[in-house]
Design a protein around this ligand. Structure first.
Ligand SMILES: Cc1cc2nc3c(=O)[nH]c(=O)nc-3n(C[C@H](O)[C@H](O)[C@H](O)COP(=O)(O)OP(=O)(O)OC[C@H]3O[C@@H](n4cnc5c(N)ncnc54)[C@H](O)[C@@H]3O)c2cc1C
Length: 314
């Protein structure tokens, strides 16, 4: 069956691959391709951040963790398993997603930076998106898929070439299908090189501000910010200063941080991920957007559910 996948970020590419593997004739159309998508900006650590509903997120996240684990340490994928800690200054319970992560445990006092009293220790994939997205594109092409840079203004444009459309347009779905529940959640990150650490460190404190340090093969991503409803893509010097100051809380004093890049992305925020099929006469659209701060974390689980919904409509 012919399928057009709209969107060339992590959601669209993962769906296109699974659909092609299932034997469908697949074209992927995207207004922007890597390195110009939001997915390119992602930090990107496996972590279910700003995405709902919990039960589906757990299932999608767990499946994605399994797939990313199998891709880890094949150098061409850009995926690595990395250990680290999420740290707190007050008592906390285990997080709701803990059952998804094999080996999750409480951190020992010796694992905590000065000033922190509690923590979780775990190992999860870190995905170097500027390498991972081209890897996904190559995998899709090698499976015989066709990838085109093309913007659409209505689903009908895609239905004119295939009866089934998969809508992975991220924040673009707001205009494409008129979904006003979608809002930008602006995020800023700094890329530093060399990496100041081999382990990730996360502090999601609401009072002191979010900080994360995500080491990759040759560099490290420092974050972050999450500004709901803000859609500016202009870098902010004061936000960058704030990120550096907050990340320094997590690192040994006087750690050198050499900033080589400053990136901004608009997370596709939505009260819940929209993953559902919509039938319009003999045409079908499967929506898969609104993954907030967890599009990478949920990508394979969502792609497999999308594939099942496409098959169910045959
Ligand atoms: C600073 C920051 C840090 C993040 N960190 C993490 C992290 O650590 N872990 C994690 O899992 N997630 C993280 N995220 C979230 C993650 O980046 C997103 O959830 C994810 O990229 C969404 O992917 P997507 O493919 O759905 O959308 P996008 O990557 O936005 O892709 C949408 C695609 O649709 C195309 N498109 C849009 N409209 C149209 C149209 N009308 N016609 C044709 N094509 C169209 C676009 O051009 C693009 O190709 C982070 C995000 C930011 C900004």
């Amino acid at each position: 069956m012919g399928v057009v996948v709209l969107g060339g970020g992590v959601s669209g590419l993962s769906c296109a691959i699974r659909l092609r593997e299932a034997g469908h004739a697949v074209q992927l159309w995207a207004r922007e391709l890597s390195p110009h998508t939001t997915s390119d900006v992602a930090a990107a650590i496996w972590y279910p951040y700003l995405a709902s509903p919990k039960e589906r997120v757990l299932r999608w996240g767990q499946r994605t963790l399994e797939v990313l684990h199998t891709l880890a340490d094949r150098p061409e994928t850009g995926v690595h398993m990395v250990r680290g800690t999420e740290v707190f200054t007050e008592p906390v319970r285990d997080p709701w997603w803990a059952p998804s992560v094999p080996g999750f445990r409480r951190a020992t006092p010796g694992e905590l930076p000065p000033g922190y009293t509690e923590g979780y220790a775990f190992e999860v994939p870190v995905i170097e998106m500027p390498r991972y997205l081209p890897f996904l594109q190559e995998r899709f092409r090698a499976l015989g898929g066709h990838l085109l840079q093309r913007e659409v203004h209505a689903l009908e444009e895609a239905w004119s070439v295939a009866p089934t459309v998969v809508n992975c347009t991220g924040l673009g779905a707001r205009a494409l299908v008129g979904d006003e529940a979608l809002v930008p959640i602006r995020g800023e990150v700094l890329r530093v090189s060399p990496s100041p650490t081999g382990q990730f460190l996360l502090d999601d404190s609401e009072t002191r501000g979010m900080a994360y340090v995500i080491p990759r093969a040759t560099d490290c991503i420092l974050g972050g910010t999450a500004e709901v409803g803000v859609d500016s893509l202009v870098p902010s010097a004061s936000q960058a200063e704030g990120i550096l100051a907050r990340c320094r809380r997590l690192l040994p004093e006087s750690t050198p941080l050499n900033v080589v890049e400053h990136k901004i992305g608009l997370r596709p925020g939505r009260p819940s991920v929209r993953l559902e099929a919509e039938q319009r006469a003999d045409r079908r659209v499967v929506h898969n957007y609104g993954h907030g701060g967890a599009g990478v974390t949920l990508s394979w689980g969502c792609a497999e559910e999308v594939c099942a919904l496409v098959e169910a409509g045959r």
